[in-house]
Design a binder for this molecule. Structure first.
Ligand SMILES: NC(=O)c1ccc[n+]([C@@H]2O[C@H](COP(=O)([O-])OP(=O)(O)OC[C@H]3O[C@@H](n4cnc5c(N)ncnc54)[C@H](O)[C@@H]3O)[C@@H](O)[C@H]2O)c1
Length: 396
């Protein structure tokens, strides 16, 4: 059993604590930090936590605390990580790791210097469907991944600070692009270097300084593309979907909104339906167990297991740093409207990945371009002559 200091009592602090204390879990929040005395006290009472404090330092320094979980607004991650590292405590930080890559690198350096275990809490790579899909990809079920598309759109976040650039560090690209980028990176292969990006990001709907919609492509060294689509102005709930195209197969994952659980209610469900749901009447899309389906349960299992076994979590601060570098490049590209390089100060993956090559021999003299069964039953073969390069067709 590990004892946790929970920093933050907002939306994600609640989700994390529900997940940690859910089922018959053994890890417990021992102390909670909130700036506000009443909120801290109420949070502790709601979750059965023995201690609360308005001092971040006191929460981290508590002698019984072994793991610090950061659930604070983006601009307070750095300070909290530095404090946890200095205190020699393991630290798990929510997404995005930093407001930018400079901050993320400082955090990575601090935990590595202090030799404390670290976890980047990117829950969406731990959803049960994503874990299973990733397992299939790693075992070769869809060949080489050439395109991974990830979408997260909803009607916008739930607190003022997200909409305030000085606190959040950016708009929807930073807030939700980080999820999609890391999902695509997992499918394509975290050891394959992201080399350049092109991104469109604009403020279309909301009266804010930062972008409320963004789309982008991340090109990897082997030629694969990670595509992200994020919006803070999508209507109808929270849409979380991924599509993966491999040389030998395809995966579609629908994590939220349309997952096969649909309900019609004329009178209303009486309150909360699911994260970012816009209605509680009519056709609604509840979620069975949100903390499981959004990946929190498997994420904490992986991170606490790694903590106990003194190994690395699947998602570390290094991953958070790479994601921040990709997003910094996206912000540059949104300004220049050109492909921009990803400037990784530290790269720990493979050097020089060769391009994806799924071209197959048909026979000694030909490469196979395409084989198709036609409506009348004929099987057509499109072949390329290896010597002349000429493309011809024949029936088999
Ligand atoms: N799926 C996910 O992983 C996920 C989902 C939502 C939020 N988050 C991340 O979690 C973090 C917190 O987001 P949230 O949704 O819980 O926000 P929130 O507004 O619901 O809660 C933030 C908490 O921090 C407190 N707070 C605000 N300003 C503070 C300050 N200056 N100093 C100390 N405490 C302060 C608030 O009172 C509140 O308790 C953000 O980094 C966000 O990106 C992650």
């Amino acid at each position: 059993m590990a004892k946790v200091a929970m920093l933050g009592t907002g939306f994600i602090g609640d989700f994390y604590t529900f997940s940690l204390h859910g089922q018959r879990n053994r890890d417990r929040v021992h102390i909670v930090y909130s700036r506000d005395k009443d909120r801290g006290k109420a949070f502790a009472a709601k979750h059965g936590i023995s201690r609360w404090t308005t001092s971040m330092k006191e929460a981290i320094a508590d002698p019984e605390v072994e793991v610090v979980v950061i659930a604070l607004p983006n601009n307070r991650h750095l300070e909290a990580v530095l404090m946890a590292a200095e205190a020699g405590k393991a630290v798990f930080c929510t997404k995005p790791l930093g407001c930018n890559a400079r901050e993320a690198k400082q955090m990575l350096d601090a935990v590595e210097k202090a030799l404390v275990m670290h976890g980047y809490m990117e829950d969406l790579v731990y959803t049960p469907k994503t874990l299973k899909a990733l397992h299939s990809v790693r075992s070769g079920a869809i060949g080489d991944v050439i395109w991974a598309r990830s979408r997260e759109t909803h009607p916008g976040p739930h607190s003022d600070w997200f909409w305030t650039k000085e606190i959040s560090g950016g708009g929807v690209l930073l807030d939700m692009g980080c999820h999609c980028i890391e999902i695509a990176r997992n499918y394509i292969g975290k050891d394959i270097k992201p080399v350049e990006v092109i991104c469109w990001a604009e403020t279309l709907v909301k009266p804010i300084e930062a972008e409320d919609n963004a789309l982008g492509w991340v090109r990897y060294e082997n030629g694969a593309i990670g595509q992200f689509e994020v919006s803070w102005s999508f209507r109808g709930g929270m849409d979380l979907r991924d599509e993966v195209m491999g040389t030998d197969g395809t995966i579609w994952v629908n994590n939220f909104l349309r997952t096969g659980f649909e309900m019609f209610t004329a009178g209303g469900k009486g309150g909360y339906v699911a994260e970012k749901a816009e209605t509680e009447k009519g056709w609604i899309f509840p979620v069975g167990d949100e903390v499981v389906e959004l990946g929190y349960t498997d994420m904490f299992t992986d991170m606490f297991r790694a903590f106990e076994n003194k190994t690395e979590a699947k998602e570390t601060f290094y991953d958070g740093y790479v994601v921040n570098e990709i997003m910094d490049a996206c912000y540059r590209s949104a300004k220049t409207k050109k492909w921009e390089p990803v400037k990784l100060e530290v790269w720990r993956g493979r050097e020089k990945t060769s391009p994806i090559n799924a071209i197959r021999d048909y026979d000694a003299g030909h490469l196979l371009v395409k084989e198709e069964t036609m409506p009348d039953g004929r099987v057509k073969l499109i072949l390329k002559d290896k010597k002349t390069g000429k493309i011809t067709q024949q029936e088999r």
